[in-house]
Structure formats: C-alpha cells, structure tokens
Design a protein around this ligand. Sequence first.
Ligand code: HEM
Length: 414
Amino acid sequence: MAEETSTLAERPERPLPPVRDWPAGELNATEFEPVLAELMREGPLTRIRLPYGEGWAWLATRYDDVKMITNDPRFSRREASVRQVTRLAPHFAPRPGALAWADQPDHNRLRNAVSAAYTVSAVKRLRPRAQEMLDALVDGLVADGPPADLVERVLEPFPINVVCEVMGVPAVERQKLHDWTREIISTAGGAEASEEAKKGLFGWIGEAVRERRDSESDGDSEDVLSLLGGAVRRGELGLEEAISVAGPLQIGGEAVTNNSGQMFYLLLTRPELLQRFRDDPASRPAGIEELLRHIPHRAAVGLPRIATQDVDIHGTRVSAGDAVYVSYLAANRDPDVFPDPDRIDFDRDAGAHVSFGNGPHFCTGAVFSRMQIELLIDTLLKRLPGLRLAVPADQVPFRQRTMIRGPVALPVTW
Ligand code: HEM
C-alpha cells in the first residue's frame, strides 16, 4: 500500500488509499512521530483513523497541499464543528463563536474584536513588562541556586503571567486559571475532568466579560477581556461568542510553555546548538525559527476541515462532505522546501515554516509567542551561564496523552 504514489497521479481518479489507524500512543521526547513519517512516505494524501470520533479523514502532508487547503474556503471549519470527525481528543464540544471553528465572514468579525491586542506594535509595548516579569522569576531562581526545574520556575509561570497580563486577569486569579487550562490541553484526565475545567474557565471568563461590558469606563483599556466587553456592549458580538473567543486565547499560554520546553530540551541536549547561540547572538533569530520549524509541537494532528465541494488533489478526488486534516509538522519536513529536513541547521532560511499555521486560522498568538521565546533565550543564556541538564537526557519526563507535546520538568543546573 505504501507504493501507491506518483504513477497514479496521471489517472483521472486514483483508487482510495487504505485507512491507516493512528493510535497516537507514547511519544519519545522530541522525536518526530513515526506514524506520521510513514504516512508522509505513503503519499501526498492518505487516509487516517484517530482514536476517537467516527469514520476516517484525509491527511495532507506536503507543504504546497497544506498551504492550499488551509487557504481555500472550500474547506470549512464550521462544518467540522457539527460532525463527529475522527479525532485525537476524547472530548469534543466546540463552542459557537470559537475562532478555530468559524468560517468567513464570522471568523473576521470575531477575530477583529481582539486583534488589537496581538499586533506587532501591541506586543512591542508589552515587551518591557514581559521582561520585568521574566527577570523577577529568574531573580528568584538565581537566589535559590541550582539545581532547579526550569519548567516549574520559569517556562510555566512566565507565559501564564504574560497571557494573563494581555487578557487582563488579576494576579490573584492566575493560578486558578492555569489549573483549568492545563487540564483542558491534557487528554489524560478524560472527558469529565476536562468538562469541569472548561466549565470553570468559561464561567470565570463570562463573569469577567460581563463586568467589563457593564463597566462605567469608556473602554480605553487594551486588555482582551475589556476589548471583548466593549465589543459586546456595542453589539458587535454576543456574550457567548466573546467567551468562546477568549477561552482559547487564555489556553494559548500552555503552548508557549510546552514549545519553549522542547526548545530548551533541544538546546541542552545538543551542546553545539547552545554554543552557537552563546558565541553568536546574531544567529538567534534565525535559529529560533529553525527550532520552531523542527519542534513537533503537537501530537498527531490539529483540527479538521470538511470539503464543501469535490476537490481534486493530485488526481485523488476529495469528495464534498469528506473530512480533511493537514499536518503542519509534516509540511515543515517537506524535503522540497527544507532540504535534509530532519537536520537542525541554524544557517538555513526556515522562515517559511508553518508552525503557527497558515491562512485565515493562522495563530493569533504568533508575534506574541515569538516575543516570549526571544526573551526566554536571551535572558536565560545571559543570567545562567553554564546552564545544563542536571539529569541524563533520557530521564527528562515528557507529557504523554497530551495534544501539545513538551517536557513535564526540565531539571537543570548552572
Ligand atoms: C491557532 C501554533 C501559541 C492562540 C494555532 C494553530 C497553530 C498554532 C498551528 C492552528 C492553525 C489552524 O487552525 O490551521 C501555536 C504555537 C504556539 C502558539 C506553535 C507557541 C509557540 C499561541 C498563543 C496563543 C495562541 C500564546 C494565545 C495568545 C491561538 C488561537 C488560534 C491558534 C486563538 C486559533 C486561531 C483561529 O482559528 O483563527 N496556533 N500557537 N497560540 N492559536 Fe496558536
């Protein structure tokens, strides 16, 4: 079955490839998922079945196809939100108004309500405050001395604090929100725990947006909850929609923790990369893009789309109604775009990677995440000369049964 590739491309219609089970089991550190590597070899388009949901879905792994599908309105997110598509997560309750599940024109309307908080200039204004929050955490780390868990002391609290700052979450509430968001991205606690966490988070956000909607201030505050409160007051979006927009933005903090966790793991286990960053700070911006390209940010695949018309891809007909996944991870390893793709090479131009997605659903937090990652690399390399793992690499525990991959802890010394 693995051989059904290019020779069939000339035929008007290729036979359907077999449906491959993708159990998405235990994963090893930052290893590229072996099942995904096989699927990439099997063809530009394969068919997969994930552990939950119903039926099968197409999977596109080539860079050009991933870019095409994610930018083509014939593939609908809204349609996928009302179907039990085969999926990685056991629980599935898309909220009406969630950015990730909206099509145009709703998607623009929802996204415009918060976009001011995530522009390049907003992130630039936030940077000094973010640096201050990071410095305070590193001061504590240095004062207590080695060894320490870098995840617990810095990589977890820093993005959570910055996200809470942008959202307008008061300091005393931050830990509670973090407990909920961590539970939501885990698949380990099962549907009940995740539903409880979502109830807590969305309930809290609803209260906060209502308060800001009704507040006397005329809303010159830039925080996301205030932007949403103002938009609800002006009738640009409903309260339920505002809650659905805010939830994933709050959850986004977990993405930076896990992504930077993988980044530091790679730097600490490949001394030549860390040394290059130390000796040549000018290599850092390109090096960070290359690490973003390389890091397997998530397990399996993200959210599906549904074809609303028949679409021909390389002679294979994707029929109206079929579910379609793209793999950004696979696209980032497409050898036609990134030669010798498994190698980490700080001298390559990795800027075209799709680690933050592509098209209208491109990650809202991309600029914001890059700023945090830059601060983390610059600050930790400066303040902790001699930073290294305090345990052998194979003893660093990584999250299992999770959607977003990353180390549970990074025991370090310096
Ligand atoms: C969407 C990656 C951090 C908020 C996405 C997508 C990817 C991604 C691949 C999906 C694109 C698609 O659906 O096709 C990442 C990575 C991050 C990160 C690698 C960290 C390094 C964040 C942060 C936030 C955030 C910090 C919150 C501020 C979102 C939202 C969406 C999204 C709201 C949905 C956007 C939409 O559908 O319009 N992200 N993300 N992400 N991300 Fe991120």
